[in-house]
Design a protein around this ligand. Structure first.
Ligand SMILES: [Zn+2]
Ligand SMILES: [Zn+2]
Length: 171
């Protein structure tokens, strides 16, 4: 995922890459190739890279731990400058200084980071997922378990008790 920038003409250049999760050193949750589309705009003082990345990952449901395939997409931009002083006005996470004699930029690290950050921290297999029973661990999407009934009933009893007490006190 390297771009030859030595001798590149000024203006906008477009690139696309496809790499395997292995090539990027991604964990096993990432199943498919990673697609990268990028434009690189060269001016006299900098190269501005805008990249979008897309892939698929297996994400566990927070409630029932079933694994769901999810398409993931994200993007980032990076300024490459030749002079350290040109980096000063730019967000440090979005700028890299090109070393003297460097003719190639490698996107692999930034793409890997972007892909990892696109992995959702919260995920449910479906909106109405019932999750696992906290007592017996049964997947409630597959049907109710025996302990669920008593747990719910118990809660209602407690609530009813409180309401009864309250109305007694009020009356
Ligand atoms: Zn679920
Ligand atoms: Zn149960």
């Amino acid at each position: 995922m390297k771009i030859q920038v030595g001798g590149l003409s000024e203006g906008v250049h477009t690139y696309s890459f496809r790499v395997t999760p292995d090539e990027l050193g991604l964990p096993a949750e990432f199943l498919d190739g990673v697609e990268i589309r990028a434009t690189l705009e060269k001016t006299s003082r900098q190269l501005l890279l805008r990249a979008s990345v897309a892939t698929t990952a297996e994400v566990p449901c927070d409630r029932c731990v079933a694994v769901v395939r999810r398409p993931l997409g994200s993007g980032y931009q990076m300024h490459y400058v030749w002079e350290e002083s040109d980096a000063e006005q730019i967000d440090p996470s979005e700028v890299q200084v090109i070393m003297p004699g460097q003719t190639v930029i490698d996107l692999a690290d930034d793409v890997r980071q972007t892909v990892l950050l696109s992995f959702p921290l919260k995920n449910v297999c479906r909106e109405d997922c019932r999750g696992l029973c906290p007592q017996c661990g049964k997947n409630l999407n597959e049907g109710a378990c025996d302990c669920k009934e008593t747990l719910v009933d118990g809660r209602w009893d407690k609530l009813k008790e409180l309401q009864d007490n309250n109305s007694k006190q009020a009356g």
